[in-house]
Structures are given as structure tokens and as C-alpha cells.
Design a protein around this ligand. Sequence first.
Ligand code: HPA
Ligand code: ZN
Length: 324
Amino acid sequence: MRDFLKRLPKAELHLHIEGSLEPELMFALAERNGVALPYASVEEVRAAYDFQDLQSFLNLYYQGMGVLRTAEDFHDLAMDYFRRAHAEGVVHVEMHFDPQAHLVRGIELPVVMEGLSLARRHAERELGLSTALIMAFLRDRNAAEAMAVLEQAAPYWEMLDAVGLDSAERGNPPAKFVEVFERAARLGIPRVAHAGEEGPPEYIREALDLLDVCRIDHGVRCLEDPELVTRLRDEGMVLTVCPLSNVRLRVVERLADHPLPQLLEAGLRVTLNSDDPAYFGGGLLTNYLACHEAFGWSEEIFIQLAGTAIESAFVSDRRRLALR
Ligand code: HPA
Ligand code: ZN
């Protein structure tokens, strides 16, 4: 099965590029930039990744990205991930990035964009990997700031495949960002949003009704609302589910308890994703393998899951055909 899953052409639709920062690179960049780390070794870093919930992860996630300072750092971060993904049989990567998390540290948007853009070109040329870029707004900060970031990104609007919504979900409903997402819609930029990871099914409804998203990131809590499940199925809405993330952030206790089988049973369009691979125990292949172990799924199910990701990826029809 490992060989089969490795060879299967896989697309990653839900990845935070800052969450792909492995402790080894964190140390290398800390040294290069003279940034002090609160850890003595990579082992100590990994030992600290024992999360209680989303917020306890986010605290270390925002701390870890403090080593990213130059365009070269962002390039190296993304290339490091692209190489690992390529080695796992990933053929297409859609990466979220969090401009506000860098702006608050004094790292300007052009620095981030230059580094990530260069890495995307390298990945395409050296690895034959296609990529897409999703600029995410931090939902635990105010909407005016998100709007300002969207306007500031004007030189890069053409390069954005979508905007997204991430960070601490509870108490920060999609409704807070209606105007920002309306502005993105008028600009012709597609929209996705995290909803129903820790937040209630109502947040999934809001993301659909108020933000007009074309995919829901996570969405696993939809099962608490049967009418919503019917709607998601009828609309063919894609959920970008992140199995190992949900275990590590204690959305579920064990992978065997994960609602993935029920989501498939309900006829929903589900994809598997790694979310923050450096923090949650592995990349896309590791997530596929863990699901095989937990659910005993056949090759056909994995072909379906990988196919759904390619169907709903932000790529041209021409590239979509090449990905299969
Ligand atoms: N959830 C919400 N926000 C995030 C995550 C996540 O798993 N990773 C990075 N930002
Ligand atoms: Zn996420």
C-alpha cells in the first residue's frame, strides 16, 4: 500500500507554508539571522509540540516563524517543503500564507512575495510541481486590518489564486470578514475559509452564505448539523480535511475516532491534507498512510480522494489533465 500511495498523484489543497518549517531549518535560519530560540536542540523543539488545542499550537506556530526575515528565508522555507512533497509523490501544492503574522514583526509583504514567488518558479522548473497561492487573513485580528492587507496586496492580486481565513476560530465567526471577502469577490479572487475545525457548524453556514467560499477548510463539525451536510453534498462543496492535524489539536482523540468515514458515507467531496506538516507529524503521504491504517481503506477510496483534490485545485484545465 505504501508504494501505491506514494505513486498515486496527490494534490495538497490545505497547507500553511509557515507550518512546514521543520525544526532543522528553524535552527539554520535562526543562526543565519542571529535570532535567539527558546530551545537548545531540534529534539527539544519537537518535544514542545504537545498541543492541547488550536490556540496552544498557534502560540508556537507564530513564535517559530520569527526566524523568517528575508526573501531568501521564505524561498528556502517553501523549497524545503516542495522537495519533501515531491519525494512523497505530491504533484500540486496550494499554500496558504499569513502576511499579517509577518507584518506585525516588521517583515513587509514584498519580502514574503518575492521569496515565495521565486520558490514557486524553482519548484515548477526543478520538480515539475505546480503550486497555487492563498493569502490568508488572521481571523483573531480585526477586519479593517485584513482589508488594509488586501489593498496593500494590489501589486500581487494577479498572483493570488484565492484568499483564505485562518488562525483562532472560536469567537471569530466568518461574519466578521464579510466586507473583506466581498471586496475580494469584486476583484475576481476566489475565496476559501477555515470553518468547523473548532468552531460550530454555524460558522460553515456563514462561510457559505456570507463569504461565498468555493471550499471549506476542515469542516469536520458539519456532521453535527444534518441539514448542513445535505446542503454541502447537494452543492458539491469540497472539504479540505486534515486528519493528523485534527488528532494533534485534539479535535478528535484518536484517528480511529475521526469522522472521515462518515463524511464519505454522507457523499461529501472530501480531500486529505497535511495543514502544518512540521508541527503535526508528517506530510501528505504520512496522512494518507495513517488513514489507511486507521480505516483500512482500499486503493479505490484513495484514488477517489486524490481525484477530488485534483478536480477542485486552482489549476488550468490543461494542467488538470496532466495531473491525473
Ligand atoms: N487552523 C487554523 N489556523 C491555522 C492553522 C490551523 O490548523 N494552521 C495555521 N493557521
Ligand atoms: Zn489550516
